[in-house]
Design a protein around this ligand. Structure first.
Ligand code: ADP
Ligand code: MG
Length: 444
């Protein structure tokens, strides 16, 4: 009976699309099984809710059919490491800082930061600082760049790296808003001394998004003193901003010159190759095995920032889990179009597809939808049918209708045949890929 969960998983694996299985079932642990009760551990509450709302019956029925009797399934949520605080909520942290871990986002590491020509220098500088914090030349290190390009990621990667090397180093990480709020509330509570102690205790001070210091003169003043104090004692300071210091209006001169005294590095939007690499990596992290042409399609259209690339993958995953379908080109297209927010979808028709195939193969449109079984004509027809199915997701019957009233088995046969040829026949593979790209790109 110990194997019951393994058997349930085996069945689910067959019944569900790979990515759904990998996402939702691989991470579940069996805690125990007794008295017809199966206890499973899920990573977090969200997980539990998702499983309850999407897979409850499927799991229950599978369990029942395997055990031959009614099985109760109970879930427990794995204990998450409690979020630790330092440098935030300064009043409590003053007494506790030594035993507390820094408030770093563990997800952000150098290992999962993908390098491209757009961020190479920033990454190298961040790594140098992480390896030897406090070296005057790189102090402060200021990373600047647009939204969603990885500034916060690098900032936390530095913190995580240093913390891993030396758990006793005091890493204080806060957004500039947090810094401001802490400061304001310290004034209200007459605890400005406590405040400065909290921040001045740092060996490494990481402040995210310093553009929010703009126009807040008192906070800037406070930050200036903190900065000087740390700097003089050789402590490392790393800052991020969405623009260059001299472009930030409402920043006092002396703070500006402090920021400019160290090393300033920028992160640019990722180029095409980096976008492809990021998408591949993020797909893999999410247990998705995305074919290259879909990745390329996304990378071609989603250009602005890494966060968008990431959320496209998450959306794909959510959609396909919700509707329990495999991720195919039609779904990718739908999600990309939604992200681009291009208003009403402009849909492509079977006629458009036949037209493009006709242009590419020099075979008459009439012949493509006609009856001839001669080789180049039949193949062009099969390619058109395949593309209708792939791009539009049209039903086999509707496709059959468009191609001279063929029945669904013929349509299916055509799709299979082309699928095989794509793999085995370079010429057909190339033709289909380029047609598909042309057709789908023209949609957006
Ligand atoms: P910013 O702070 O510049 O607005 P973030 O650091 O929050 O951007 O990055 C947005 C998202 O994109 C994060 O989830 C981050 O992990 C991811 N990201 C950004 N750049 C990269 C990269 N080069 N490699 C991997 N992930 C990245
Ligand atoms: Mg950020």
């Amino acid at each position: 009976m110990d194997n019951i969960w393994i058997n349930i998983k085996d069945r689910l694996k067959v019944a569900l699309p790979d990515h759904a299985y990998n996402t939702w079932f691989e991470p579940i642990n069996l805690i125990g099984y007794s008295d017809n009760e199966l206890i499973l551990e899920v990573p977090n509450q969200f997980f539990y809710e998702w499983i309850e709302s999407h897979y409850k019956n499927q799991i229950k029925n599978t369990a029942q059919s395997l055990a031959g009797e009614n099985i109760n399934i109970k879930y427990t949520v794995a204990l998450e490491k409690p979020a630790t605080v330092q440098g935030v909520g300064f009043v409590q942290s003053i007494k506790k800082t030594n035993t507390q871990k820094p408030n770093l986002n563990k997800r952000y590491s150098f290992a999962n930061f993908i390098e491209g020509s757009n961020n190479q220098f920033a990454r190298a500088a961040a790594l140098a600082v992480a390896g030897a914090p406090g070296q005057q030349n790189f102090n402060p290190l200021l990373i600047y760049g647009g939204v969603g390009l990885g500034k916060t990621h690098l900032l936390h990667a530095i913190g995580n790296y240093i913390f891993e090397e030396n758990e006793s180093s005091k890493i204080v990480v806060a957004s500039s808003e947090k810094f401001t709020l802490d400061f304001i509330s310290s004034i209200q509570k007459n605890k400005t001394i406590d405040f400065s102690k909290t921040y001045r205790k740092a060996d490494i001070l990481l402040i995210d998004d310093i553009q929010f210091f703009q126009k807040k003169e008192q906070t800037q003043e406070q930050f200036f003193h903190t900065f000087n104090d740390l700097y003089q004692r050789g402590k490392q300071i790393v800052l991020t901003a969405d623009k260059l210091p001299n472009e930030m209006k409402g920043l006092t001169e002396r703070l500006l010159s402090r920021f400019e005294s160290g090393l300033i590095v920028d992160i640019q939007p990722p180029d095409f190759e980096t976008r492809v690499a990021i998408l591949m990596e993020k797909s893999e992290q999410n247990g998705l095995d995305m074919p290259y042409d879909m990745v390329e399609f996304m990378a071609t259209h989603i250009k602005n920032n890494v966060r968008e690339l990431e959320s496209t993958i998450i959306r794909l995953l959510a959609y396909s889990s919700l509707s329990n379908c495999e991720i195919d080109f039609a779904l990718v297209k739908k999600v990309v179009r939604e992200r681009l927010g291009n208003g009403a979808p402009i849909d492509i028709s079977a006629t458009d597809i036949v037209k493009r195939v006709s242009e590419a193969t020099k075979i008459d449109e009439k012949d493509i939808v006609g009856a001839s079984r001669r080789m180049p004509i039949a193949e062009a027809r099969q390619i058109s049918i395949y593309l209708c199915r792939e791009i539009m997701g049209t039903s086999l019957m509707d496709i059959g209708m468009h191609f001279g009233g063929r029945d669904h088995t013929t349509v299916l046969h055509a799709c299979r045949k082309i699928e095989k040829k794509i793999k085995g026949d370079k010429r057909v593979g190339y033709l289909v890929r380029s047609l598909r790209q042309d057709l789908t790109f023209s949609l957006i």
